[in-house]
Design a binder for this molecule. Structure first.
Ligand SMILES: [Cu+2]
Length: 149
């Protein structure tokens, strides 16, 4: 590569960096003892790279107050998915047999801990539901909507 071609390549690369940075969406969501996500509505662009950091700020033991974040496909029934999750305590309440109904999920996070997941937003615009599958939490309202538009 000639010095001039190298210069042009580097220039183009640098000029694309801000675009790449803008194309990423990053959210920190906190769960505590109130069985709510601190953010119950997220907005992203189709095909965008999305990073979710779930932080559990509860001081209760993990057996009493852990949280996860599970983003469901449109094909999934949230209630049925949550029912199935209750049968999977050994897998942190994530029903592996229904993994194909999810777009992304974090691990189950105990108080004082966090987990991060990065995924590609669906290309199909619409509202996608996310839920916490720790026993009782979804039923109590620990859910939210990720809007792709
Ligand atoms: Cu929870």
């Amino acid at each position: 590569m000639s010095p001039r071609a190298l210069f042009v390549a580097v220039f183009i690369g640098l000029s694309l960096l801000p675009l790449a940075a803008q194309a990423d969406a990053s959210f920190t969501i906190v769960g505590q003892n109130d069985l709510r996500y601190s953010k119950d509505h997220l907005r992203v662009a189709p095909g965008e790279s999305v990073t979710i950091k779930l932080v559990n700020k509860s001081h209760l033991p993990a057996s009493a107050m852990a949280h996860n974040w599970v983003l469901l496909k449109h094909s999934a029934d949230p209630g049925a998915f949550d029912d199935a999750a209750q049968s999977a305590p050994a897998n942190d309440y994530f029903p592996q047999a229904r993994a194909d109904q999810t777009i992304a999920h974090t691990g189950m996070v105990a108080g004082g801990e966090s987990d991060t997941v990065t995924f590609t937003a669906p290309e199909e615009p619409g509202d996608y539901i996310y839920i916490c599958t720790f026993p009782g939490h979804f039923a109590a309202g620990m859910k939210g909507v990720l809007t792709v538009q």
